[in-house]
Design a protein around this ligand. Structure first.
Ligand SMILES: Nc1ncnc2c1ncn2[C@@H]1O[C@H](COP(=O)(O)OP(=O)(O)OP(=O)(O)O)[C@@H](O)[C@H]1O
Ligand code: SF4
Ligand SMILES: [Mg+2]
Length: 325
């Protein structure tokens, strides 16, 4: 494999606990030693229920928030070692597309200003070249250049997300975190925006960390998929393998929870809520909801075991029939 564009090792992040004074809980662990790498041009999907730590991981790899421990290397450079100025320059290569196309655009700013601002941040293009670039960007995301003067409220949800994508690609980044980028959209519009992202990836060779709670959406666009639960990696592997032949009971449960699937023997049903990260189960964090749990699952945190060339699962058992779809 070519050298990783993004390489994350042992990433750990906690937030301050709730409560006051002596009742204050110590820090709440949200990411608990995450390793991942993304190759140039690769799309890594990140899936897991609400609260599993997906957004925290996305923001930490972009250094929008600081990790407690661990390293993030981008193009071989440790982001923690960069000066403010170097980090500002590195940011040109690393962009984010937000979950909510409504909330992430200033209602008083026409799209021309939104995109120009992105170019200004890195002093890119002036005069005629700027105008041409703005039109080119609109074209790339399937919007008419005539819409450059429009305000966000004059666009539909899907069009606004296209604007969000145009803003992210304006500075020609090499890596984008797309955090629930299509979750707020209707299903048919979701497909259009996913196709747009897939096209852009094919044309520009950009890498993506594509975050969603919906495994079928993630599979559509990703080369590999990583499954997160309570801040730990449960499974990682090629997208189709993870979706169609899940190795980990939690992945199997996510697959079974997809709409339209009929109950079938061997399917893992996800019951109950995800436990609070303030009070995670010992050993395997999934054990309180896992139908295959046994005493040994409480004793130690299961290591990621290699199942194939790029396939790993963090379950101590290998006698679980989760592959049945
Ligand atoms: N700024 C913060 N301060 C304290 N706790 C936080 C903060 N941000 C997130 N958390 C907590 O960290 C955990 C992980 O949150 P995160 O937003 O990363 O999860 P997520 O997988 O993105 O969830 P969702 O699918 O709902 O977006 C949650 O328990 C959340 O309450
Ligand atoms: S280690 Fe045990 S509790 Fe965890 S997923 Fe495997 S069988 Fe279930
Ligand atoms: Mg999130």
């Amino acid at each position: 494999m070519s050298r990783a564009l993004l390489e994350v090792t042992g990433l750990t992040k906690s937030y301050p606990g709730s409560g006051r004074g002596i009742f204050r809980k110590s820090r709440v662990p949200v990411l608990r030693g995450i390793d991942l790498c993304i190759a140039p041009g690769e799309v890594l999907g990140l899936v897991g229920e609400s609260g599993s730590g997906k957004s925290t991981l996305g923001k930490t790899v972009l250094k929008l928030i600081d990790a407690d421990k661990g390293t993030v290397r981008f193009d071989g450079r440790d982001l923690a070692g960069l000066s403010k100025e170097e980090l500002r320059t590195a940011r040109k290569d690393m962009q984010i597309i937000f979950q909510d196309p409504y909330a992430s655009l200033d209602p008083r700013k026409p799209i021309r200003a939104v995109l120009s601002e992105a170019l200004d941040t890195h002093n890119l293009h002036t005069g005629e070249r700027r105008e041409a670039r703005l039109k080119e960007l609109m074209d790339m995301v399937g919007l008419s250049p005539e819409f450059l003067g429009r305000l966000p409220h004059e666009f539909s949800g899907g069009q606004r997300q296209r604007v969000g994508i145009a803003r992210a690609i304006a500075v020609e980044p090499r890596f984008i975190v797309a955090d629930e980028a299509v979750s707020a959209l209707d299903v048919s519009i979701q497909a259009q925006v996913l196709n747009l992202l897939a096209d852009l990836r094919a044309k520009t060779g950009i890498s993506l960390l594509f975050i969603s709670h919906d495994l079928s959406v993630v599979r559509f666009i990703s080369d590999r998929v990583m499954v997160l639960y309570l801040g730990r990696v449960m499974e990682i592997g090629p997208a189709d393998d993870v979706h169609f032949k899940p190795a980990h009971p939690y992945t199997a449960a996510l697959v079974s929870a997809e709409p339209g699937l009929k109950p079938k023997p061997g399917r893992v049903r996800l019951t109950g809520e995800i436990p609070s990260p303030a009070n995670p189960p010992s050993g395997c964090v999934f054990r309180t909801r896992c139908p295959y749990a046994m005493d040994a699952c409480a004793a130690e945190v299961p290591k990621l075991r290699r199942l194939g060339k790029t396939r790993f699962s963090a379950c101590i058992r290998d006698d679980i029939p989760t592959g049945a779809q």
